[in-house]
Design a binder for this molecule. Structure first.
Ligand SMILES: [Zn+2]
Ligand SMILES: [Zn+2]
Length: 319
């Protein structure tokens, strides 16, 4: 029997990059400690703040909701959960109830914002329309741009001071590598534990950023938290290639993911001067903040003959 390197109880996890074994209790404690440290070191959440959490129902966002809920107790912080229903058959329709259940269980106010209601089409329908009109369509582009758009707008309408997402170490290193491969300096600069954008945008925080995906999954399992484990049916292409590459790198050279993160952190402060300042305006179609005439969401919608139908996401929903 393998024993925990810290307390001698039965080990459930081999943390290869640190050369230690952990039992269930030490594993839970370690994840929670790392979560709290990420928040305090980077000042992600301040006492008295209202934090919106993007909860899809997947393990990362649900773990983030539970961890933040524990963290906010006694700190006068308030949580509100937002789920974006993109309309992906067999995927989101199963994860949405999981998100709702977890929010209810923790007594966290929960809002659902759907592509269908706001844009007039589900992602599945957009993909079908786009396949006929736009060449080289990537569903992840539509989904990513529009989901961020709705999360930011909903968080702002809910008067949130921060918008928390469940990005883990694997997500973050994949994003770093992807922006290297695409030579996208401004997107690269936006990565980090906290991104303070301009007027009209809610600062985004990633408190799970230093926790490997495997450990987030094990954490939810050990704490008996209900999560949805399926992978999005649209996941493919360069994202998955980079993920597989990083996983094989980590297998053969443990600690590689943390090293990529650390190196990026060394470089990041020097990127600011290389990223051009842009002037912010209001989107001519929907009024949301953007640096161009139309925001990216409206531009993509226009390309497939659609337009945003609702100006307010939350107030319209409740009235
Ligand atoms: Zn232990
Ligand atoms: Zn717009």
């Amino acid at each position: 029997m393998l024993r925990c390197s810290f307390c001698g109880r039965r080990a459930v996890y081999h943390r290869r990059y640190a050369g230690v074994f952990l039992c269930d209790r030490c594993m839970i404690k370690s994840v929670e400690r790392r979560f709290r440290r990420a928040i305090s070191e980077n000042k992600l959440v301040m006492p008295g703040e209202r934090v919106a959490v993007a909860v899809s129902g997947g393990k990362d966002s649900v773990a983030c909701l539970h961890l933040l809920h524990d963290y906010c107790r006694g700190r006068r912080c308030e949580l509100v959960a937002i789920t974006v229903d993109e309309g992906i058959k067999g995927y989101r329709e199963q994860s949405l109830p999981v998100a709702r259940e977890n929010a209810e269980m923790l007594g966290v106010e929960h809002h659902v914002v759907s592509f269908k209601e706001v844009f007039g089409a589900k992602l599945d329908e957009m993909v079908k329309i786009a396949a006929k009109r736009v060449t080289g369509l990537n569903p992840c582009t539509y989904c990513g741009v529009m989901r961020r758009h709705l999360l930011n707008q909903a968080a702002r309408e809910l008067s949130a001071d921060k918008l928390a997402t469940g990005h883990n170490l694997d997500d973050e290193t994949q994003a770093i590598m992807l922006n290297y491969v695409r030579a996208d300096l401004s997107r690269l600069y936006r990565l980090g534990p906290i991104y303070m954008p301009r007027e009209g945008f809610v600062p985004r925080i990633k408190p799970l950023r230093e926790i490997p995906e495997k450990e987030v999954a094990l954490y939810t399992l050990l704490r008996g938290i209900k999560v949805h484990l399926d992978v999005c049916p649209y996941a493919s292409g360069i994202h998955t290639e980079i993920r597989d590459f990083l996983n094989s790198l980590e297998t053969n050279h443990p600690n590689s993911k943390f090293m990529i993160l650390r190196m990026f952190e060394e470089i990041r402060p020097h990127l600011q001067e290389a990223v051009p300042e842009v002037e912010m305006k209001s989107c001519e179609s929907c009024g949301e903040p953007t640096s161009t005439r139309l925001c990216k969401t409206c531009e993509l919608l226009q390309g497939i003959g659609l337009a945003k139908r609702r100006k307010n996401l939350i107030s319209d929903q409740n009235s």
